[in-house]
Design a protein around this ligand. Structure first.
Ligand code: ADP
Ligand code: MG
Length: 238
């Protein structure tokens, strides 16, 4: 599960093509980082995979199914939003349970899944608090918890740490990497931060103006950047 193939996909807004024909293979369990400067199309690409935008042409296959025929909610993917997407009037427990309640799961099953997610995220002692009574990092973990309970085949993160201060960002980076090692679920992580890309990714996709400049492991990009843009962006001396 969590095998995603992009086959010659394009995306235009009006006359402007922001994603030229693009191919990409994301393997089961991989931690893939889309990195590139602001406006290069990272969020658009993630939204196309999530089904929040429709491709203009080409197709996306998720676990063998043509995604165009599968509505966003049925794709088995969970988008992790920034922590401010939490409901301020609801407890942590209710925030995490929210997608399960929407799906009509019974109370006992909701409780079991919420408590399992809270345990993975070290939130067990905070379940009855409201988001306003938590630190920035804890709030971000609640947002992740809301994705975990859905047991997705892939997690999609769009710059989840950009609101946090530098020290907390380093912590959360480690926590998300650990979570990936625990769950072994495919994760697609969008960032404009090269350090995040280099420290978290199994596979980095370097984007510029909608084009893939290079795909490779952090070491491959560092030692054999394909061009000056990749070299400059990844920060190797070449
Ligand atoms: P990134 O996430 O890498 O900063 P985006 O995917 O948000 O980049 O944007 C890529 C390009 O597509 C930008 O030029 C942006 O202005 C444009 N764009 C994104 N969404 C829309 C939209 N809904 N309508 C028109 N243009 C858009
Ligand atoms: Mg973006």
């Amino acid at each position: 599960m969590g095998q995603i193939t992009l086959n010659q996909i394009t995306k235009s807004f009006g006359d402007v093509q922001v994603i030229p024909p693009l191919d990409l293979e994301i393997n089961e369990g991989e931690f893939v980082v889309f990195v590139g400067p602001s406006g290069c199309g990272k969020s658009t690409l993630l939204r196309l995979i999530a089904g929040l935008e429709d491709v203009s042409s080409g197709n996306i296959t998720i676990d063998g199914r043509n995604a165009t025929e599968v509505p966003p909610a049925k794709r088995g993917l969970a988008m992790v939003f920034q922590s401010y997407a939490l409901y301020p009037h609801m407890s942590v427990r209710k925030n995490i349970a929210f997608p399960l309640r929407m799906a009509g799961l019974d109370k006992a099953a909701q409780k079991a899944k919420v408590e399992a997610a809270a345990s993975v995220l070290n939130l067990t002692d905070y379940l009855e608090r409201r988001p306003g009574q938590l630190s920035g990092g804890q709030r971000q973990r609640v947002a992740i918890g809301r994705a975990i309970v859905r047991e997705p085949s892939a997690f999609l993160f769009d710059e989840p740490l950009s609101n946090l201060d530098a020290a907390l960002r380093v912590n959360m980076r480690l926590e998300i990497s650990e979570l990936h090692q625990t769950l072994k679920t495919t994760m697609i992580y969008v960032t404009h931060d090269q350090v995040e890309a280099m420290t978290m990714a199994d596979k980095i996709v370097v984007l510029q103006a909608g084009f893939i400049e290079q795909v490779g492991s952090p070491l491959e990009l560092y030692h054999t950047p394909r061009n000056k843009f990749v070299a400059g962006f990844i920060g190797s001396p070449k």
